[in-house]
Design a protein around this ligand. Structure first.
Ligand SMILES: NC(=O)c1ccc[n+]([C@@H]2O[C@H](COP(=O)([O-])OP(=O)(O)OC[C@H]3O[C@@H](n4cnc5c(N)ncnc54)[C@H](OP(=O)(O)O)[C@@H]3O)[C@@H](O)[C@H]2O)c1
Length: 236
């Protein structure tokens, strides 16, 4: 289904990003995986290679423009273009009230979750051909502010806006831009956000890839500026 497509996924060493990298590879795409920690990317690279797909790993911090340029340059040097960009990398940050929120943590979370998507999109757009797709990962707290979700929630509200701006700017070029709220999944981030919860009550990211496959495929060619809930799409 995705043969001949080049997919770049940020934050792909674990959790949702890893599951998406493996799912796209299984559909025949060439994959660029990114995360900050190089050693955490190695097992993902081995799994993708095992499935027969081509893969490039680039350790880079999406909140640093120098890193982001190196990431996109390496992807383009290896594969010539980026057909699908999945802006998935994210940080939870502290779950405390605003009056206790450390300023440094606030800036770190906004930098990674919001400025990171700005930087990666800005660098990648010149290399996304007509028919390309950008997928921005959002959250339930990106449309509803809840107590003690601080910079994470605010950064995701920003991503919702950036998603709409990018969709409007890129429509004429035939590049679609959509947001996906994956809903609660059994990942490290979810476990940090809800330490009391039994992780087995949540689906795995591997069970939650359907809408992401749809948005990468030509079936969604005319869909832009939308917001999907991955787990509703899965049931539909
Ligand atoms: N899990 C849920 O229930 C849930 C619900 C709603 C939305 N989401 C969203 O889904 C996405 C994936 O979440 P997840 O649960 O899979 O998270 P996760 O398990 O914590 O994985 C996050 C990934 O992002 C990478 N990363 C973090 N900061 C980065 C940076 N500055 N630059 C590059 N890579 C970075 C991490 O690797 P390194 O540490 O090596 O950089 C890791 O690969 C996030 O956008 C999250 O907000 C998740």
């Amino acid at each position: 289904m995705l043969k001949d497509k080049v997919v770049l996924i940020t934050g792909a060493s674990q959790g949702l990003g890893r599951a998406l990298a493996l799912a796209y590879a299984k559909e025949g795409a060439s994959i660029v995986v990114n995360a900050r920690r190089e050693e955490a990317l190695r097992p993902v690279v081995e799994e993708i290679e095992g499935s027969g797909a081509e893969v490039l790993a680039v350790a880079a911090d999406v909140s640093e423009s120098v890193d982001v340029e190196r990431l996109v340059d390496a992807a383009v040097e290896q594969f010539g273009r980026v057909d699908v960009l999945v802006n998935n990398a994210g940080l939870l940050g502290p779950r405390v009230a605003i009056e206790e929120y450390p300023e440094g943590e606030w800036r770190r979370v906004i930098d990674a979750n919001l400025t990171g998507i700005f930087l990666v999109s800005k660098a990648a757009i010149p290399h996304i051909p007509q028919g390309g797709s950008i997928i921005n990962v959002v959250s339930g707290v990106s449309v509803e502010g809840r107590a003690e979700w601080g910079a994470y929630s605010v950064s995701k509200f920003g991503v919702e806006g950036l998603n709409q701006i990018l969709a409007a700017e890129l429509e004429e070029r035939g590049v679609r831009v959509n947001a996906v709220d994956p809903g609660g999944m059994r990942t490290d981030m979810r476990a940090s956000a809800y330490p009391e919860e039994d992780p087995m009550t949540k689906i795995t990211p591997e069970e939650n890839t359907e809408v992401f496959l749809y948005l990468a495929s030509d079936d969604s060619r005319d869909v832009t500026g939308e917001r999907f809930k991955a787990q509703d799409f899965r049931k539909a």
